[in-house]
Write a protein that binds this ligand. Structure first.
Ligand SMILES: Nc1ncnc2c1ncn2[C@@H]1O[C@H](COP(=O)(O)OP(=O)(O)OP(=O)(O)O)[C@@H](O)[C@H]1O
Length: 426
């Protein structure tokens, strides 16, 4: 559904659809075009991910949308309007752009970075200040802590959050993201991916996202476009369709092993029933906690702080031993998940904790329940692991053990065993 733009530029903050029609880019002096005859419809309010190997033309294709690269031929429509009719400066102010190293201006504070585009658009002071506060909140950075810092005083992940906030500052209808999380460590990357999904639920932009990481594409994309050289489309569609039925050998090779496991990127914690897993505060007293664990035949529970945020795992055997070892108090909880965390990431947290369980918290970090490994495995079994017809000779239907073995066989088995022990109280 397209939202017509008004006035000269893309004045509307509502998502718009983007149409690329037979777009070709031939750089001067190059025999082979970087992008050849590329056509694609991008629906309003969706995240479309271009994924493909290095040099296949992803960035060039994306940069033609905000005309950082001019197409040699073809047409690009944004919200039904020919992009070549929109002056370049307007186009770039109305299309948010996030790049790998955040691209923040080093000599400006975080606040000044956020305010750059609203100032160019000549918003009044009060509106700029109000918008900055909204943006700090949106990307989860406390304003009073971060507004006056310079980019070099932030971690890579924090810089990237500011990069996303800055791109959203003028509430543009379109966001272009070029490998924005590529330079981050895997844990920060996972977190920011999940947050982007959360942010997108609030802002509903049309997002074009470039990556060479198929897992990232599956996790983020409403639609994934697998590209080969010269930006030729090997396959496009919703991620589950691509995983279930790769169009050809190229796409299959690109997806790599473990398509069933990758599907865990498509299911989120909110899709599961939450377990009523026991959690206590210190006010409940260790004797009371131990009594409940005995009654429910459980080996482990969660200790919450005074704000009901999970802090430690409490183990029944340690509680039994408390008279002899009062100093033992379980183990700090290393990771929690939220409703939008994928089962893939939730499973990683469970395996890291070694408990086969992970606490679920709300946006304020307050405990709302837990998810167990056996639920994740049940969800994995529910996803269609039967390979498509053309694959069936080469890849017979696999057992759950074979599939989970691709993740980390021993860790999964150990975690399942721990979960079973806990359930049976052995
Ligand atoms: N300004 C330029 N001048 C000449 N050739 C270019 C220019 N920019 C890109 N190319 C070429 O166009 C092709 C596509 O490049 P592009 O950066 O779009 O690929 P990509 O898929 O985004 O790669 P990567 O994942 O490595 O960033 C490459 O062969 C590249 O060398």
């Amino acid at each position: 559904m397209s939202t017509p733009s008004t006035g000269e530029g893309l004045d509307t903050s509502q998502a718009v659809d983007i149409e690329l029609e037979q777009v070709t880019k031939r750089f001067p002096g190059q025999d082979v075009p970087a992008v050849e005859d590329f056509s694609l419809s991008i629906p309003a309010g969706e995240i479309v991910v271009f994924v493909g190997p290095s040099g296949c033309g992803k960035t060039t294709t994306m940069r033609m949308i905000n005309r950082l690269v001019r197409p040699t031929s073809g047409r690009i429509l944004i919200g039904g309007r020919d992009a070549s009719d929109i002056p370049s400066d307007q186009l770039r102010r109305r299309i948010g752009y996030v790049v790998q190293q955040a691209g923040l201006l080093p000599h400006l504070t975080v606040r000044q970075n956020l305010e750059t585009v609203p100032r160019l658009l000549k918003w009044d002071k009060a509106r700029i200040a109000e918008r900055s506060s909204e943006l700090f909140e949106l990307v989860g950075l406390p304003e009073e802590q971060f507004a006056q810092r310079f980019p070099r005083e932030l971690s890579g992940g924090q810089q990237q959050r500011v990069g996303v906030a800055r791109a959203l500052a003028a509430d543009p209808p379109v966001l272009l993201m070029d490998e924005p999380f590529g330079a981050l460590d895997p844990i920060t990357r996972d977190r920011l991916q999940s947050e982007l999904v959360k942010i997108q639920r609030r802002v509903r932009k049309t997002i074009v996202f470039v990556t060479h990481d198929i897992d990232e594409a599956i996790k983020l994309g409403d639609r994934v476009v697998v590209l080969r050289e010269r930006s030729r489309i090997a396959q496009q569609g919703p991620p589950d369709e691509i995983l279930a039925a790769p169009a050809d050998r190229y796409v299959r090779a690109f997806i790599g092993g473990g398509a069933a496991v990758k599907r865990l990127q498509l299911v989120r914690v909110e899709d599961l029933e939450r377990e009523d897993y026991p959690a206590f505060t210190r006010a409940d007293g260790y004797d009371g906690i131990l009594r409940t664990l005995r009654e429910r035949q459980l080996d482990c529970s969660i200790l919450l702080d005074e704000h009901r945020r999970p802090t430690r795992w409490l183990y029944r055997d340690e509680l039994e031993d408390r008279p002899a070892h009062p100093e033992r108090e379980g183990q700090a909880i290393s990771g929690v998940v939220t409703a939008t965390t994928t089962l893939h990431d939730a499973m990683n947290e469970m395996l890291a904790a070694g408990t086969g369980v992970v606490p679920v918290v709300d946006d304020q970090g307050v405990y709302v329940g837990a998810v167990r490994l056996k639920q994740v495995l049940a969800a994995l079994e529910e996803t269609h692991v039967t390979p498509v017809a053309e694959q069936s000779e080469a890849a017979p239907v696999r057992t759950i053990e074979e599939i989970t073995g691709e993740i980390d066989g021993r860790a999964v088995q150990a975690a399942i065993a721990a979960g079973e022990e806990e359930a049976t109280g052995t």
